[in-house]
Design a protein around this ligand. Structure first.
Ligand code: TYM
Length: 344
């Protein structure tokens, strides 16, 4: 019996930020530490996803390797044989399965994707690529090739995850067999990860938006590679509000609520404790100072860990995982090719 799979991917279109870390990387690593043995853990760089929107291609290789290093610096136990790290494009089955799934996906389904609407609205019309349009299908292939049951992602990926369930069920029904493991319902996944919902860390300058790699204002995003003092400065100048009283209220006071969330997550304290301590205070400065210190210390430790990652060990692990994942992915691809009539 194969072990159930927990899988996630983080694009390498830029350096990773605190939202990526808290929304996807940390939950996966916590599970990898506590559950490897019972589960197979896949953490990969969806490098093919990296240029659905325009990037600097000359630096992609470097960014990919930096991000893989950050996975290890964040504590991924790569010496565990149930833990795999890989680059998507090194496993060609991802692209092949995408094409097959594309042919079972409706244009309308993709058009409804909020992320496509948001991202395409930010680009000039002639820069909106077909890749950006159907990237949830590539994401479905990433997940279904390995029969993943659990996929820790931030809230912005919930709609894509729902689509993965829909397409998996559609093909299972159409070909009257359990071709793919359908990932668990998203609510059930959150319970498994110990959250009520996917996380959405907000931009520090405009807290009505999510913290993002492609934000045009880098003052709103804390990158894991930021100078710790610069990051502290970003916290100190974070947008709050003019209510003059701290309250945990995502609608009315999104900025200060985001700071409270960050403090709870980075200090590993329950949000209720943090609320008890800060709600009702009439000055926002002390909260910012405490969080600024925690963020800066977090980055110092993280970057120190990142420098000490041994590149040779990392490359050996990548190559070994990519060899193993090619075997797993090709087995699934072959089965799909058979049912759609491409193989006898
Ligand atoms: P990407 O690369 O944009 O983001 C990586 C992960 O970080 C989460 N995230 C956030 N979480 C909380 N607050 C934020 N502000 C925030 N910003 C980003 C994202 O939800 C994501 O979990 N399509 C995916 C990558 C992908 C993938 C997959 C994920 C490709 N194939 C298969 C899981 C499984 C993406 O663009 O994430």
């Amino acid at each position: 019996m194969n072990k159930p799979v927990i899988l996630t991917g983080l694009r390498a279109n830029n350096d990773l930020h605190l939202g990526n870390y808290l929304g996807a990387l940390l939950p996966l690593i916590d599970l990898a530490k506590s559950l490897a043995g019972e589960y197979q853990i896949n953490l990969f760089v969806p490098d093919l996803h990296s240029f659905t929107t325009p990037i600097d291609h000359a630096s992609l290789q470097e960014t990919v390797m930096n991000n893989v290093k950050l996975f290890v610096a964040a504590g991924l136990p790569i010496d565990n044989p149930d833990v795999h790290i890989y680059r998507q494009s090194y496993i060609p089955a991802h692209s092949e399965l995408t094409w097959i799934l594309d042919c079972f996906t409706g244009m309308g389904e993709m058009r409804r994707m909020t992320q496509f609407k948001e991202k395409s609205a930010m680009l000039q019309a002639d820069r909106v690529s077909v890749g950006l349009f159907h990237y949830p299908v590539l994401m479905a292939a990433d997940i279904l090739l390995y029969d993943a049951s659990y996929v820790p992602v931030g809230d912005d990926q919930t709609q894509h995850l729902e689509f993965v369930r829909v397409i998996a069920e559609r093909l299972n029904k159409r070909f009257k067999q359990e071709l793919f493991t359908v990932p668990k319902p998203v609510k059930e996944q959150h319970t498994f990860f110990g959250n009520d919902q996917g996380l959405r860390i907000k931009d520090l300058v405009d807290p009505t938006k999510k913290m993002s790699k492609s934000s045009t204002n880098y003052k709103g995003t804390i990158f894991l590679t930021d100078n710790p003092d610069t990051a502290r400065g970003k916290i100190m100048s974070a947008t709050t509000d003019s209510y003059g009283r701290i309250s945990y209220n995502p609608e009315k006071q999104p900025g200060v609520t985001n700071l409270l969330d960050l403090l709870a997550l980075l200090s590993a304290q329950p949000i209720e404790e943090i609320k008890k301590k800060y709600e009702g205070q009439i000055e926002y400065g002390p909260l910012k100072v405490t969080l600024g210190d925690i963020v800066s210390k977090f980055l110092v430790d993280f970057q120190r860990a990142s420098i000490s990652v041994d590149t040779n060990t990392l490359l050996t692990k990548l190559e070994e995982s990519e060899r193993l994942m090619n075997v797993q992915a090709n087995t699934k691809l072959h089965l799909v090719q058979q049912v759609v009539g491409l193989r006898g």
